[in-house]
Design a protein around this ligand. Structure first.
Ligand SMILES: Cc1ncc(COP(=O)(O)O)c(C=O)c1O
Length: 483
């Protein structure tokens, strides 16, 4: 079996971090840490704050660096445009952003303004996208793909019908035969998708049909649903959807997992000529840890040539290829900076650096899935380093980093005076899973949030949202402030 080397979570030596690039968006310049051209060291030290920002900035501080989002979308679109040209592929690449990866208004706005299509999965999602439509951020050219469970009569099904009346270009993706009646009897015209049960790794169609997944339909139901859609005068079968995993880090493995779905797509296409979109869902990986490598151009070429080959075999035209690209789009724009409040040398293997916030509630995947994120000092980069462990402020023994059982070392400056530490690559899913606002484990307040956008003039624009104070938490828990 191929064993993955331990993830590189940060600096792994006792010497200071020299100037230079750490990956494609993090670098050290003059002993300071930069996220693209944003000087994080200067930001947290607050001594020389950029124009438009008045201090002091709080800590912990969440960084929302929006310019990376359109940049990443454009980069993947270019990768596919090049692969289409190189392979002579007969279809287009359609980029959709799924709200579940990060549904914050500024993030969704940044994605929608690139013209990306949009994928949603619950009824509140419909209300959010209606706000964005009303504000003019969505054109009728942008598809709204409705995944998620939506049995007839559910609030989600009702809202989908209303959204289609108001906007058009709403494409429900059928996840179960029970989701068809509300569309069949709606009297409204819809293009629809079908979701195949396909999650995970499988070698052939029979194996795929046996996967233990709550998402999508087994083979016989896919065929039944397609036939019913064909019979319904108001419905057109447009999309075949088969998602095969998340953060799939090997290019060939990703494409191999899609080979049975490709075959089913082609067989359906022979009978249903309106079926023009092959949607592979999510799975496009992104840099959470530093050692991450993925050859996006190789992946795009492999995928398109595999679809081409399959289409030739079944004598059907090459479809448009759609990705619902969540993690890739928003992982890197998000960071969170903590201050080291205390160092404990209590005869543990490595000293504990105690942060002034919670790791497990801020990045739940570090605890629940043992996920590795990038951790770097934002100050004291030019001092000697030592191997340490991080702990959050909660009373939970799981509030630690690196994750329990991890073989990845973490080195931080020995000098913990005024030491700030950043977690990077946390922009996808972490805040959605940990929740925004409300009350979290051990009542640790929400961090301040600094939103950074590029203005039309090319300069940075800053917006600071203050986090919670303890009285807001008390009120949420039902306490009255009468003492
Ligand atoms: C239907 C669907 N599409 C897209 C995504 C986004 O996946 P990723 O973040 O891997 O791009 C998900 C994630 O769970 C999903 O369930």
């Amino acid at each position: 079996m191929h064993l993955k080397p331990p993830a590189v979570t940060g600096w792994e030596r006792e010497t200071p971090i020299p100037d230079g690039a750490l990956n494609h968006y993090l670098s050290v310049r003059g002993g300071r840490l930069f996220l693209e051209d944003l000087d994080l060291t200067r930001l947290v030290l607050g001594s020389d704050l950029p124009e438009g920002l008045s201090g002091p900035l709080g800590s912990p501080l969440e960084i929302v660096y929006l310019p990376l989002i359109p940049k990443k979308i454009a980069a993947l679109q270019t990768v596919f445009a090049d692969a289409i040209a190189e392979t002579g592929y007969g279809g287009r690449f359609l980029y959709a952003y799924p709200s579940k990866a990060n549904a914050a208004e500024e993030v969704v706005r940044a994605a929608l303004q690139t013209g990306a299509h949009f994928e949603i999965s619950t009824y509140p999602d419909v209300d959010l996208i209606r706000i964005m439509i009303a504000r003019g951020y969505v054109t009728s050219r942008q598809m709204i793909l409705c995944n998620g469970f939506k049995p007839s009569g559910s609030p989600y099904a009702e809202r989908i019908l209303a959204l289609q009346k108001a906007h058009g270009n709403v494409i429900p993706v059928i996840d179960s035969l029970a989701e068809l009646p509300f569309l069949e009897y709606s009297g409204q015209a819809f293009e629809v998708g079908l979701r195949q049960k396909s999650y995970g790794r499988h070698d052939d169609m029979a194996e795929m049909n046996e996967v233990n997944s709550q998402f999508g339909m087994q083979l016989t139901d896919v065929a039944r649903a397609a036939a019913r859609i064909e019979e319904a005068p108001n419905l057109t079968l447009r999309i075949y959807h088969a998602m095969v995993g998340g953060q799939i880090e090997q290019e060939a493995d990703f494409v191999e997992r899609l080979s049975s779905p490709m075959e089913i797509f082609a067989k359906l296409r022979q009978r249903h000529p309106d079926l023009t979109i092959f949607n592979f869902g999510g799975g496009v990986p992104s840099a959470m840890a530093l050692g991450f490598r993925f050859d996006y151009p190789a992946f795009a070429r492999l995928l398109l040539t595999a679809i081409q080959k399959n289409c030739r075999r079944f004598r059907v035209p090459e479809p448009d290829v759609m990705g619902e690209v969540g993690r890739y789009t928003v992982t890197e724009h998000g960071a969170q900076i903590f201050k080291v409040g205390l160092v404990k040398e209590n005869k543990s293997k490595y000293p504990w650096y105690i942060l002034n916030g919670s790791i497990m509630t801020s990045f739940p995947d570090a605890w629940a899935l043992k996920e590795h994120f990038t951790v770097l000092p934002v100050t004291n980069l030019d001092r000697p380093f030592r191997r340490v462990q991080l702990a959050g402020l909660s009373c939970d023994s799981d509030d630690v980093y690196p994750p329990k059982g991890s073989a990845s070392p973490l080195f931080l400056p020995v000098d913990a005076e005024n030491l700030y530490v950043g977690f990077f690559g946390i922009g996808a899913y972490q805040e959605m899973l940990g929740g925004m606002g409300g009350v979290k484990h051990c009542m640790i307040p929400e961090a301040d949030e600094l939103i950074i956008e590029h203005g039309a003039d090319g300069t940075f624009h800053y917006r600071l949202n203050r986090g919670q104070n303890s009285w807001e938490i008390a009120r949420t828990l039902g306490y009255q402030r009468d003492v």
